[in-house]
Design a protein around this ligand. Structure first.
Ligand SMILES: NC(=O)C1=CN([C@@H]2O[C@H](COP(=O)(O)OP(=O)(O)OC[C@H]3O[C@@H](n4cnc5c(N)ncnc54)[C@H](O)[C@@H]3O)[C@@H](O)[C@H]2O)C=CC1
Ligand SMILES: O=C(O)CCC(=O)C(=O)O
Length: 403
């Protein structure tokens, strides 16, 4: 029985993919093999030794102690692109309501309650306070052209905006998906200086934390509208509030509510709603669950943020086993591993080794079961981070959607 701990509410349709006869799923469970999480903060959490994988049903992994997981041989997965459309749709909405304050207008109109026949006239008189510019023909600068940024860029082009983007690490797939009308900004500062609207779509890392600060705000046009549907920590809130008060920023829409921001006229705070659609929640849960099943039952790794992609498509030899070995990415690991297997007279049927930064991962199919003694010898190799044996005779790998 595999034990899966859920730290957030995960779409029930996704959880239903776990076969009930071999998986136990609960929010509180002793010694889970894997954890399913959305935005729950995990940095201060003690991770039991039993945990082999964490799947983030979503894109951002800044709530997960990824480096610590890598050291402990815990594979961290996310679900690239699975909620991108949901975020994109809300960003397009925010582009419009950052210009045309329909949220304010709607609550003002509610205040006319009880005025009866006077309402049409009062409405006509009052509407001028909610005038705002059209987005057509304006320049939108997008920082980060990944799954979400690229979709926002293309739809903004369709709405008649001039779109410029900045992403020094853009993937080939994202670049191919972009409309030819999207132009590359020469630098972040050039994008900030030219844009009437700015939308942020980068992950929160040590490099990007607080990068929208007073220095960057100074470069921007007066009256700029800034949307942040990526992470609250990317923006220096005190600097942003000052810029809104000074009239430098006409509107700031953030998906990350914060005490100081809530009080500031000109800031619209949303309660982290970007991915809150049934479609996105299901897509993320399906992808995360399928990835976990494929990892736990077959050792395969797809869409990890800390381990290399590594998979064997075929079944584990029926009478044999698959060894899943994580090790430091240093010389002579494969030599040491294979000599232990040779010493135990274990014939290798197939093998793959991939590395990423400081870690490497091996999948080795052998034609006989592997004794506890051999597993202990493999674990004792200096540089080995984790060893797992999956006996053959189970179902073949389920196909998993790739990035
Ligand atoms: N509000 C919400 O509910 C959601 C928020 N997010 C946030 O949005 C972020 C982006 O999501 P996706 O587009 O799906 O991720 P992604 O990984 O597809 O795209 C991120 C892009 O940012 C680029 N990038 C990284 N560092 C950069 C830098 N310093 N300057 C410019 N570009 C940089 C990368 O090259 C990549 O193309 C996530 O990391 C997450 O924090 C994601 C989904 C839902
Ligand atoms: O699960 C959620 O609602 C948040 C999604 C998110 O922020 C992400 O995917 O990075």
């Amino acid at each position: 029985m595999y034990k899966i701990q859920t730290l957030n509410k995960i779409s029930p349709d996704g959880l239903a993919l776990f076969p009930r006869d071999s998986y136990e799923i609960a929010s509180e469970i002793l010694n889970p093999e894997a954890i399913l999480v959305r935005s729950a903060e995990m940095h201060e959490l003690e991770l039991p030794k039993s945990v082999k994988a964490i799947a983030r049903a979503g894109a951002g992994v800044n709530n997960i102690p990824v480096a610590k997981c890598t050291e402990q041989g815990i594979v961290v997965f996310n679900t690239p692109g699975a909620n991108a459309n949901a975020v994109k749709e809300l960003v397009i909405g925010a582009l419009i309501f950052s210009s045309r304050p329909v949220h304010k207008a709607a609550s003002w109109a509610k205040g006319l309650a009880g005025k009866g026949d006077e309402i049409p006239e009062l409405a006509e008189k009052g509407k001028s306070q909610f005038v705002g510019p059209e987005i057509k023909g304006k320049t939108l600068g997008i920082i980060g052209l990944g799954a979400i940024g690229a979709m926002v860029a293309n739809d903004a082009v369709a709405l008649g905006m001039n779109v410029i983007g900045f992403d020094p690490f853009i993937s080939v797939d994202a670049a191919w998906s972009l409309s030819r009308a999207v132009h590359k900004a020469e630098s972040l500062d050039a994008l900030l200086a030219k844009s009437d609207y700015i939308s942020i779509h980068v992950p929160q890392t040590n490099d990007t934390k607080g990068f929208i600060n007073a220095d960057k705000l100074r470069i921007m046009k007066k009256g700029v509208r800034i949307l942040n549907f990526a992470r609250g920590g990317l923006v220096n809130n005190a600097d942003m509030i000052q810029a809104v008060k000074d009239g430098k920023v006409a509107c700031h829409v953030t998906d990350f509510a914060d005490e100081a921001m809530l009080d500031c006229e000109g800031v619209v705070c949303l309660p982290h709603l970007g991915a809150s659609t049934p479609e996105a929640e299901e897509n993320c849960a399906y992808m995360a669950v399928n990835q976990l099943i494929d990892f736990l039952e077959n050792g395969n790794i797809v869409n990890s943020v800390n381990f290399p992609k590594c998979k064997i498509d075929g079944c584990i030899p029926e009478k044999g086993a698959r060894l899943c070995i994580a090790n430091k990415n240093v010389p002579n690991m494969i030599g040491q591993i294979t000599s232990i297997l040779a010493g135990a007279k274990l014939n290798i049927a197939s093998m793959t080794n991939q590395n990423r930064a400081d870690v490497a991962y091996n999948l080795i199919d052998v034609e006989d079961r592997v004794s506890e003694n051999v597993l202990a010898n493999l674990r004792d190799i200096d540089g080995v981070i984790g060893v797992r044996m999956i006996p053959g005779g189970n179902a073949c790998p389920v196909p998993v959607e790739e990035e």
